[in-house]
Write a protein that binds this ligand. Structure first.
Ligand code: ZN
Length: 199
């Protein structure tokens, strides 16, 4: 079965581990890479290493950043009394692209999924609750996906926050069921945000 040299074979195997990259794409990428000038490959490899080494979680909202606080949390022009809870940094990026949301975020890095054995302690929920105690928050907007996991997470969070008296809202269900927020167009996202309902 080994048509290629073992070095190319292991490159194909590593590339095929990336999300969205199947065997065929992995082969195409591998051959593209080995045909590039050495400097180009070195630059790519360095950029990947730099990104991986430099990245960390924002101390406040837990999104990926390369400083103690991300640019959004450290911006004085954001409305610090509103927190939008999203599942991952890509969802945050989707809302930022609309340019209309002025508040802060909290990135959970996942959603509760009993089926996959992911519980509340496995996502950045404790960090959110700590923020609610130390920051002056008027509203928490829950913008998790409308998948089963996203809805489970939304219900769980709203039950946790309710006793604190802080307003909890959920984005409108204009977002297609199971749809990842990042694939939804900006108009739909804004409509979902504007049509949010109190839980
Ligand atoms: Zn942040």
């Amino acid at each position: 079965m080994d048509y290629y040299s073992s070095k190319i074979q292991s490159l194909i195997e590593e590339l095929a581990k990336l999300p969205g990259v199947g065997q065929k794409s992995a082969q195409r990428l591998a051959f593209h890479l080995v045909n590039l000038p050495l400097e180009a490959v070195e630059k790519l490899a360095d950029t990947i290493l730099e990104a991986r080494r430099g990245v960390r979680y924002c101390q406040k909202c837990c999104t990926l950043t390369d400083a103690e606080l991300c640019p959004i949390c450290s911006s004085p022009s954001r409305d610090a009394s509103t927190i939008m809870v999203v599942e991952n940094p890509r969802d945050l990026a989707a809302y930022e692209k609309t340019g209309q949301y002025e508040g802060l975020y909290h990135v959970l890095h996942g959603a509760i999924s009993p089926a996959l054995g992911i519980g509340p302690a496995d996502i950045r929920l404790k960090e959110l609750m700590q923020r609610l105690q130390t920051e002056d928050i008027a509203e928490v907007i829950i913008a998790t996906n409308s998948s089963l996991e996203g809805e489970t997470t939304a219900m769980y969070i709203s039950k946790l926050i309710k006793p604190t008296g802080i307003k909890v809202t959920r984005i409108a269900s204009g977002v297609p069921v199971g749809g990842d927020l990042e694939y939804i167009d900006e108009v739909t996202l804004l409509r979902a945000l504007e049509g949010r309902v109190e839980l």
